[in-house]
Write a protein that binds this ligand. Structure first.
Ligand SMILES: Cc1cc2nc3c(=O)[nH]c(=O)nc-3n(C[C@H](O)[C@H](O)[C@H](O)COP(=O)(O)OP(=O)(O)OC[C@H]3O[C@@H](n4cnc5c(N)ncnc54)[C@H](O)[C@@H]3O)c2cc1C
Length: 435
């Protein structure tokens, strides 16, 4: 049996690791992970990479090395097509500076798991794709960090020439978790630029505007958390603009529906996600409005007995607490839980047992405002209600989400060592990545 998993993110890497250990190691199946990148960085860390407070290289997991230690194979490749009749996927040519390293090629499978995540949704708004930075991948987060550093260097020179009213203005569109958390991270980062040699730059020279089309921040969370986050962001100095709809982006400016213009040095678009658009024409697999592949409760794609989809690219319906049908939200915890169900189902298929169905358990939501504070609600456990958490406890719960992901891919012992090495790195490394 050959299992091909495409996408080694929050869901795909956990799945490949679990199947490698359970089936690959015992020679019961061949497990192959494919990803367009060579390394994995947990996506919820990208805003920290973007602000420079986290060095992606120290957090990155090399797919090849990880595959070697966990009894699965890894190949680099970007999926671009599917032939369900022949049970093959198509991979785009692999290019290096225009030079073809590998041609367009095929990979055969018995069972295929699509775990390719999501991309930012620009809702087709004019100029956004060309002028805003998205935080969909590690390379985009690094691009933002690079631009931020260079803009600060330029600002330092301008302030030295007595252009005293110059500021660096970052505008972030989208008041969801990514926009909120990035705003707070930037406020942490700004303290370090003058410490690390850009002497003319003071913290107040960074201005951050957060623009949200809806009437509240973090609409998916409770009103209490939403207003607490708003108060905290404004206390830090973020200019929050609610009920403000962007209708056009230009080079260095965003224009709202009522014609207001936000001039900006850097613009980040974080206003929602959708699955990659090529999934809409993927050999007849059904998709929803967000391009997600519709799946059955077993997480097999509708009308398929050999293609699974998990994580942000899967359209999975659930009955929510309000009794209504909703889509399972695009979150790391959804990808993690779906990976566990598909691991079980593939083991059951291998053993000739019936498939289990997926139930989404909402363990709560946490929002971290960098080192300043955190807010959230934790669900389940002994109570059926939710527990509101704030400050240090919420921050510990937030960090433990990443530790859970590390445990799923590295095991307890290595995660303990990684936690220890993070503590040491905080002591021996600069607080901000400056290259
Ligand atoms: C800044 C930020 C903060 C977030 N914070 C939180 C949070 O606090 N809590 C939370 O629950 N969620 C958070 N999320 C959402 C969370 O990161 C995603 O829901 C989760 O990563 C989805 O997991 P996934 O496995 O579906 O996809 P991903 O983790 O995105 O992985 C997709 C993988 O597929 C690969 N890939 C993509 N296209 C192709 C292709 N064509 N061919 C081959 N490989 C491909 C990518 O390289 C990647 O490795 C955050 C997201 C962002 C961007």
């Amino acid at each position: 049996m050959k299992i091909v998993i495409v996408g080694g993110g929050a869901g795909g890497l956990e799945l490949a690791t679990s199947l490698g250990r359970s089936l690959g190691r015992k020679g019961k199946a061949e497990v192959l992970l494919l990803d367009r990148a060579h390394t994995h960085v947990w996506k919820p860390l990208l805003h920290e990479v973007a602000s420079g407070s986290l060095d992606a290289e120290t957090e990155a997991v090399s797919f090849r090395a990880h595959a070697h230690y966990n009894s699965f194979n890894f190949k680099v490749g970007s999926i671009c097509g599917l032939d369900r009749k022949r049970k093959v996927i198509h991979l785009s040519p692999l290019l290096d500076d225009g030079e073809e390293i590998l041609p367009q090629r095929e990979e055969a499978y018995d069972y295929l798991v699509l775990a390719i995540g999501s991309v930012s949704n620009d809702f087709g708004i004019e100029g956004v794709a060309d002028n805003c930075i998205f935080l969909d991948s590690i390379s985009q987060a690094k691009t933002f960090q690079h631009h931020l550093l260079n803009r600060f260097i330029k600002l330092n020179r301008d302030l030295g020439r007595a252009e005293l009213n110059r500021k660096l203005h970052v505008v972030i569109v989208g008041g969801g978790a990514t926009g909120v958390e990035l705003s707070a991270e930037l406020f942490k980062a700004r303290q370090w630029f003058s410490t690390y040699g850009l002497r003319n730059v003071l913290p107040e020279h960074l201005q951050v505007s957060l623009i949200e089309a809806g009437p509240i921040l973090l609409p998916a969370l409770s009103e209490r958390i939403s207003s607490a986050v708003l108060t905290e962001l404004e206390r830090l100095g973020v200019s929050v603009h609610l009920s403000t709809m962007i209708t056009r982006a230009e080079k260095n400016a965003l224009i709202t529906k009522d014609g207001t213009r936000f001039d900006a040095d850097l613009m980040v678009w974080a206003a929602g996600v959708k699955a990659p658009s090529f999934l809409c024409q993927f050999d007849g697999l059904e998709t929803n409005n967000a391009n997600q592949i519709l799946v059955n409760p077993t997480l097999l794609a509708k009308n398929s007995s050999s293609v699974f989809a998990i994580g942000d690219c899967a359209g999975c319906e659930m009955i929510a607490a309000d009794g209504k049908v909703h889509w399972v939200p695009p979150r790391a915890q959804s990808a993690h839980q779906m990976a566990s169900t598909v691991a079980k189902n593939i083991q059951n298929l291998q053993a000739g047992k019936p498939l289990v169905t997926f139930t989404y358990n909402d363990y709560g939501s946490l929002i971290s405002l960098s080192d300043f504070t955190a807010f959230g609600r934790l669900m389940g456990g002994l109570s059926t209600g939710s527990l509101k958490v704030e400050g240090r406890i919420a921050r510990i719960a937030y960090v433990s989400l990443y530790r859970m992901h590390q445990i799923a891919i590295h095991g307890w012992f290595k995660t303990l060592l990684l936690t220890l090495s993070d503590k040491i790195n905080r002591f021996i490394r600069p607080r901000l990545k400056l290259h």
